[in-house]
Design a protein around this ligand. Structure first.
Ligand code: PRP
Length: 219
């Protein structure tokens, strides 16, 4: 049996996703060892293997077929725009993509001024301001700690992920506009979907059921 390869976005999402695989009866003992520097983990009995990758690289691995399946945030999928099938919303890692800034920036947005927008997500920001709002802005790409930008005067606003909102609060910033809700998705390589259809479909069904049960418990 050919190994079915799963690419997981490193970090919080990966452990939550592995819990879901565990609940579906797919365990990977090797992966539980947190101190390990190993990058790829196998379950030979089930013919499954998992690897951890930087979130932004997960869609790349899946599009090229180096992974059959990927677990990654919708933010990354929107930003990377890769050709793959998005098959399931796992309803974990829920957060929102927002335009944020100091309260004083609200007027700039309202008046459609040519403001500077700092973000790790230039494609999402561009699409939002140019196509949905019809507002010309200058987009400045950053790679982390985006909240700094309006504080030190690099930009008027930011486009970033808001989960609990505590990073914003602690830095005197607020949500000014909401772009879209986000959560983790299961994605599948387009060729694997045909060649490994039975196994992948069975896995999707199991996960669908897990998501359904979890949402039901939440009411
Ligand atoms: C993300 C995001 C915010 C923060 C939001 O950053 O960019 O900074 O989490 O979470 P909160 O609303 O619960 O405070 P991340 O920790 O991924 O690191 P980054 O600064 O490198 O983007």
């Amino acid at each position: 049996m050919r190994y079915l390869t799963v690419a997981l976005a490193k970090g919080r999402l990966a452990s939550k996703a592995m819990e879901m695989f565990g609940a579906a009866g797919i365990h990977c003992e090797e992966m539980a060892n947190k101190d390990s520097r190993k990058l790829i983990f196998e379950n030979p009995k089930l013919g499954m293997r998992f690897f951890l990758a930087k979130a932004t690289d997960v869609p790349t691995y899946v599009e090229y077929g180096a992974a059959d399946i990927g677990i990654v945030g919708k933010d990354t999928l929107l930003e990377e725009g890769r050709r793959l099938y998005e098959v399931l919303d796992l309803k974990i890692g829920k957060c929102r993509m927002c335009v944020c800034g100091p309260e004083s920036a609200r007027a700039h947005l309202k008046n459609h001024e040519l403001i500077r927008v700092a973000t790790k997500y230039p494609r999402i920001a561009k699409d939002y301001f140019y196509n949905r709002k019809d507002q010309t802005v200058e987009i400045i790409k950053l790679n982390g700690s985006i909240e700094l930008a309006p504080i030190v005067g690099l930009s008027e606003v930011i486009v970033d992920i808001v989960e609990t909102g505590s990073t914003l609060r602690e830095n005197g910033l607020t949500v000014l506009e909401e772009i879209c809700p986000l959560s983790a998705r299961m994605v599948v390589n387009q060729v694997s979907m045909k060649t490994e259809n039975q196994r992948i479909t069975a896995l999707i069904r199991e996960f669908q059921e897990l998501v359904r049960k979890k949402e039901e418990r939440k009411g």
